[in-house]
Design a protein around this ligand. Structure first.
Ligand SMILES: CC(C)(COP(=O)(O)OP(=O)(O)OC[C@H]1O[C@@H](n2cnc3c(N)ncnc32)[C@H](O)[C@@H]1OP(=O)(O)O)[C@@H](O)C(=O)NCCC(=O)NCCS
Length: 150
């Protein structure tokens, strides 16, 4: 059965539940996948972590989180991270709804183009991004330098 969902910004008190969701639903891990990392994100931009939560869950006031996306706007570019939907609730339009909400946020903030890092081997991810209108730019690679141990 497709659950009724609400899309809303993440609340600091649900950070452990979101980390648990990412552990079972997200593809790959992020260097900031811990309580301090997510708390810093929400302190910097309280609206950027969008949660799809079950609307009809009286047991939890916030509703059980079923999916997330981070719609990161730094004043210059629009970056999408941590698009993930609970494996038990996939192919119900939640991922597409999260991306639509993220794009709405970017547009309202003046963003002109959204981007995401997608693992080359993530075929389901490719289909999802493609269905939402994204395409790869093969001329780029990701260049990184760790700034802290760990
Ligand atoms: C990618 C992910 C977020 C998609 O979430 P979802 O809620 O299942 O996606 P939706 O139901 O909104 O699907 C939207 C469209 O994407 C495409 N799509 C999504 N999953 C697909 C699959 N398994 N096979 C083929 N197409 C798929 C379809 O076109 C789909 O539309 P349709 O169902 O009308 O055919 C989910 O599979 C997931 O959490 N995967 C693991 C994490 C991940 O890979 N995230 C992306 C990181 S870059």
């Amino acid at each position: 059965m497709t659950p009724q969902i609400v899309l809303r910004p993440a609340a600091p008190e649900e950070i452990p539940a979101l980390l648990a969701l990412w552990a079972r639903a997200a593809k790959g891990t992020s260097i900031t996948d811990d309580e301090a990392g997510v708390a810093a994100l929400l302190a910097r931009d309280p609206e950027c972590l969008i949660v799809a939560a079950a609307a009809d869950d009286p047991g939890t006031p916030l509703g059980t989180p079923l999916g997330t996306v981070i719609a990161g706007w730094d004043g210059w570019r629009c970056h999408l991270y941590r698009l993930a939907v609970d494996p038990a609730h996939r192919r119900q339009g939640i991922g597409a709804a999260l991306l639509a909400a993220a794009e709405q946020r970017f547009t309202a903030l003046g963003g002109r183009r959204a981007d995401a890092m997608v693992l080359d081997e993530n075929a389901v991810g490719h289909r999802t991004w493609q269905a939402a209108g994204y395409h790869p730019e093969p001329q780029w690679s990701r260049w990184v330098k760790p700034l802290a141990d760990g």
